[in-house]
Design a protein around this ligand. Structure first.
Ligand SMILES: [Zn+2]
Length: 238
């Protein structure tokens, strides 16, 4: 996993398939910097922070979680940054925060649909001792849209219609025509199955078509152009 530079303002740590670690984004303003997603846990956060240091970048002041899934949110407990999430995401993370993590706790989280069964093996890889899991709900909670002026560039944090879940948000940086989408473009993960939702895809397609961006950095893959994103969504509508 390397820290990739998209521009002077935008960096990201690449995702990794083996551990299911998502991309961690970084937006550098003149006053504040903002991290996109919080990662799988302490080790992932430490990897990100040391990559920032190696590149002469300061630790982020804010961290925005794109949705509640463990790989994007469990790192929050290891962050000093002020964390931000939408109301729906905060509700799920509060429920996860209350779990006492053990075999029973994990089984409960999977049964309650708070953790997709698909994620179990990756969680066990990251946490050989389940009691090490610590979940924090976000410090700041918003509904709809929140705009953070980072100094010289803006983070527009917006809840989106998404087949992946009701709590998905994107981080849009208009000055860079760039969008961090987390898993918002992906199908929903129910148990072990990926289930798409045409209606949500249509709504998402409409929103993205009208948004002035050129590049999209997704949670688990390579960056995509706007054209590629819209073509992928169009193929999924039936
Ligand atoms: Zn997800």
């Amino acid at each position: 996993m390397d820290l990739k530079k998209f521009s002077d303002r935008i960096y990201y740590l690449e995702s990794e398939e083996k551990s299911d670690s998502p991309v961690l984004g970084y937006v550098r303003g003149e006053v504040f910097s903002l991290m996109v997603d919080a990662g799988t846990g302490k080790a992932h956060v430490e990897r990100f922070m040391s990559a920032l240091e190696d590149n002469g970048l300061t630790e982020p002041v804010f961290s925005v979680v794109t949705h509640h899934h463990w790989d994007h949110s469990f790192g929050m407990a290891s962050l000093e940054a002020i964390t931000i999430g939408c109301k729906d995401c905060a509700k799920k993370l509060k429920a996860l925060e209350e779990i006492e993590w053990s075999e029973e706790g994990l089984a409960y989280a999977i049964g309650a649909g708070l953790v997709p069964a698909f994620c179990e093996k990756h969680i066990r890889m990251a946490y050989p001792n389940l009691a090490d899991i610590e979940v924090f709900a976000p410090d700041m909670v918003f509904e709809g849209e929140m705009v953070v002026d980072l100094g010289g560039c803006t983070a527009v944090i917006r809840q989106i219609p998404s087949p992946h879940g009701r709590d998905c948000i994107v981080v849009y940086v208009p000055e860079e025509k760039l969008l961090f989408t987390g898993d918002g473009l992906s199908a929903g993960l129910v148990g072990n199955d990926w289930i798409d939702d045409s209606e949500e895809v249509v709504k998402l397609q409409k929103l993205l078509r009208n948004l002035d961006f050129e590049t999209c950095i997704t949670g688990h893959g390579e960056p995509m152009t706007k054209f590629e994103v819209l073509a992928d969504l169009a193929e999924r509508i039936n």
